[in-house]
Design a protein around this ligand. Sequence first.
Ligand SMILES: CCCCCCCCCCCCCCCCCC(=O)SCCNC(=O)CCNC(=O)[C@H](O)C(C)(C)COP(=O)(O)OP(=O)(O)OC[C@H]1O[C@@H](n2cnc3c(N)ncnc32)[C@H](O)[C@@H]1OP(=O)(O)O
Ligand SMILES: Cc1cc2nc3c(=O)[nH]c(=O)nc-3n(C[C@H](O)[C@H](O)[C@H](O)COP(=O)(O)OP(=O)(O)OC[C@H]3O[C@@H](n4cnc5c(N)ncnc54)[C@H](O)[C@@H]3O)c2cc1C
Length: 647
Amino acid sequence: MEGVDHLAFERNKAQFDVDEMKIVWAGSREDFELSDRISRLVASDPVFRKDDRAALGRKELFKNTLRKAAHAWKRVIELRLSGEFSALEPEAYKLRAFVDQPAFTDLHWGMFVPAIQGQGTDEQQQKWLPLAYRMQIIGCYAQTELGHGSNVQGLETTATFDPKTDEFVIHSPTLTSSKWWPGGLGKVSTHAVVYARLIIDGQDYGVHGFIVQLRSLDDHLPLPGITIGDIGMKFGNAAYNTMDNGVLTFDHVRIPRNQMLMRVSQVTREGKYVHSNVPRQLVYGTMVYVRQKIVADASVALSRAVCIATRYSAVRRQFGSHNGGLETQVIDYKTQQSRLFPLLASAYAFRFVGEWLLWLYTDVTERLKAKDFSTLPEAHACTAGLKSLTTTATADGIEECRKLCGGHGYLCSSGLPELFAVYVPACTYEGDNIVLLLQVARHLVKTVSQLSTGNKPVGTTAYMARLEQLLQYHSDVKKAEDWLKPNVVLEAFEARAARMCVACAQNLSKFSNPEEGFQELAADLVEAAVAHCQLIVVSNVYALSLLHKHLGDFISTGCIDPKQGSLANEQLRNLYSQVRPNAVALVDAYNYTDHYLGSILGRYDGNVYPKLYEEAWKDPLNDSIVPDGFKEYIQPLLKQQLRNARL
Ligand SMILES: CCCCCCCCCCCCCCCCCC(=O)SCCNC(=O)CCNC(=O)[C@H](O)C(C)(C)COP(=O)(O)OP(=O)(O)OC[C@H]1O[C@@H](n2cnc3c(N)ncnc32)[C@H](O)[C@@H]1OP(=O)(O)O
Ligand SMILES: Cc1cc2nc3c(=O)[nH]c(=O)nc-3n(C[C@H](O)[C@H](O)[C@H](O)COP(=O)(O)OP(=O)(O)OC[C@H]3O[C@@H](n4cnc5c(N)ncnc54)[C@H](O)[C@@H]3O)c2cc1C
C-alpha cells in the first residue's frame, strides 16, 4: 500500500527522542541540517539516479560516472556549496557522499590535493593547488606498482636527476615497476603524484613524491613516453567499476626539478640532497590522512547495511503463527538479535571513534605545523589500527546483514551486494589490514620495551603505565549487572591487551634476531594489536559482544574466569531485550533517504513485498515473455524430447 507506514508500530515503541538522536549521529544541529538538505537535493535530481546501475555495461557505467561527477561539480559551483572553487568543504564532501558512486574525483580531492598540501613546499602549493582546486588539472595518487603495494620501500620506478638540464627523468625499468591500481589514472587524470626512487649521481635516496603531467590538457592524449590504460573489471558488477583504476609506464619522461615534492627533502640545482629537520615519515602523510577518512566512513557503510537489515527484520515474518494470527517478526528471534544488534552498536561506536580520530588527526596536524613531531607515531598507529579494525568489521558486517535478510538479501535490489562489493576493497587499499596491524604491533612492542627505560607511555597506550597493576588484575564481577559498569569493562579490556602485548614482547626477547622473532610471532602480534585497537573502541553493548566473541583471550590471559564470561553473556541478552523496541528508531536516526540507501528491503515505509514484485518486472530479461534464444537453444531440445518420447 502506497503512503502507508508499515513500520509505524515499530516507531511507536521507541523509548528515546529520535530527532535528538539524529543530531547526535550527525554531530551537531548544523551538520544535521546540512546533511538533510544535501541528501534531499541529491535524491530529487534525476542525474543522480542510481537504481539502473546494476544493468549498465562497463562503458555506460563509466560514462554515467563522468556525467555525475561533472554535474556534481556544477552543482557545487551553482549552489555555492563551498568557498570559491573548492570541493574540500563539508558541503561538497557531503554531496559526494550522497551521490554514492566512486569516481576519479575521490582521488583528486582525497589524495592528490592532500599530497601536495602535506608534502609540497609553500611555493609548490601556490603553483599547483589553485589549478587543482578549480579542477583545471585533475590528479591521482600513483604509488602502488604491479610488483609492490604494501612494501613502499620496494617500489622500482626511478626518478634520476639530470644536472645538465635540471630535470628528473622518470622511468619504469621493469614490468613490475608499472604503476598499477591508482584510481582516476586509467582514463581521466591529467596529472599524478608519482612515487619513485630518487637517484642522484648513481646513489639511491629512497622513495619520494613527484608531480608528473600525464596527459595533454588539449586533446587528453598521453604525453610522449607515457603509456596509460585501465586495469580491467573488478569484483562486483557496478560496484567499484565506476572507477578507472589504471596502469602507467614511463619511458624516460622528463620533468623539471621543482616538481619533486620538497617539503621533507630537497634536491638543489647542484644535485645535492638536503633533508629538512622534519621526519622522513611525512612522505607517508597522505596515507595517514586518508586512513582517518576511511575510519570515519566505516560507520556510514555499516550503518547503511544495518539500517536495511533492521527494517527488513521488522517487516519479515516466519513461523510462530497461532490460531491464524500473525507469524513472528524475524527481529524477535534471539539469534537474529545476537547477530544484528552488535552490528547496530558497532555502527554507533565507529561513528564516535571516527570523531575522536578526526580530533587526534587535527591535533597532530596542528603540532606538525609547529614542528612538534612527538605524536606522529601515535597518530600513525591509531589511524593504521583503527582503519584495519573498522574496515574488517564493516566488510564482515555488511555480509552478515545480507545473510540476516535471507534470500532477498542476495538480490541486487536489496542494495547489499553492491554495498559489499564497493566496500570490501577498503580492507586492502590504503594498506592491507594485516600489514597495518603489524605496524600497530611494532608500536606496542616498542612501547612495552621502553617502559623499563622510564619512558612514559602516552595517548592510547597510557594504560601500559599501570602494567604492574594490569598484570595482577582479576575481574571482580559477581553478577551480570556488574558488566554494565564502564570501568569494569574497560579494565578487563586493558588487562587483556596489556597481557597479550607483554606476552609478545617476552617471546620476542627470546630471539637473538628481533626481525626474525617478529616474523615468527606475527600471528600473535596481530592478535595483540587487535586487542589494543578494540580497547580504543569499547563501549557498552559493543564491548560485551566483543568480550563474548573473544572470551578465549580473556580467560586464557586470566583476566576473567568462565563464570564471569557467562555472566557477561547473560547481561548481553538483557541488553538485546532493551535494544529490541528501539531498534527501528535507532536506524531511523541515521536519517538516510531511500535514494541513498538504494534498497527495497530497507525502505523507510517498510512496503517491501509490492515493491520487490514491481522491481522484478523491470529486469531486462522480462522485456519479452519468451526469451531471446528460445528458438535456437530451447525449442530444439524440447522437440528432441518429444521425438524421444514418441520412440
Ligand atoms: C567532490 C568532493 C569529493 C571529496 C572526496 C574525498 C574522499 C576522501 C576519501 C578518499 C578515498 C580514497 C579511496 C581509497 C583509495 C586507495 C588509495 C591507496 O590505496 S594509495 C596506496 C596506499 N598504500 C599503502 O597504504 C601501503 C601500505 N604500506 C605502508 O604504509 C608502508 O610501506 C609500511 C608502513 C607497511 C612499511 O613502511 P616501511 O617504511 O617500509 O617500514 P617500517 O615499518 O620500518 O617503518 C619505518 C618507520 O615509519 C613509521 N611509519 C610507517 N608508516 C607511517 C605513516 N603513515 N606515518 C607516520 N609514520 C609511519 C613506522 O612506524 C616506522 O617508525 P620507527 O619505528 O622507525 O620510528
Ligand atoms: C580498489 C583499490 C583501489 C586502489 N587505489 C589505489 C590508488 O589510488 N593509488 C595507489 O597507489 N594504490 C591503490 N591501490 C593499491 C593498494 O593500496 C594496495 O593494493 C594495498 O596497499 C595492498 O598492497 P598489495 O596489493 O601489494 O598487497 P600485498 O602486500 O601483495 O598483499 C598480499 C598478501 O600478503 C600479505 N602480506 C604482505 N606483506 C606482509 C607482511 N609483511 N607480513 C605479513 N603478511 C604480509 C597481506 O596481508 C596479503 O594477505 C588500490 C587498491 C585497490 C584494491
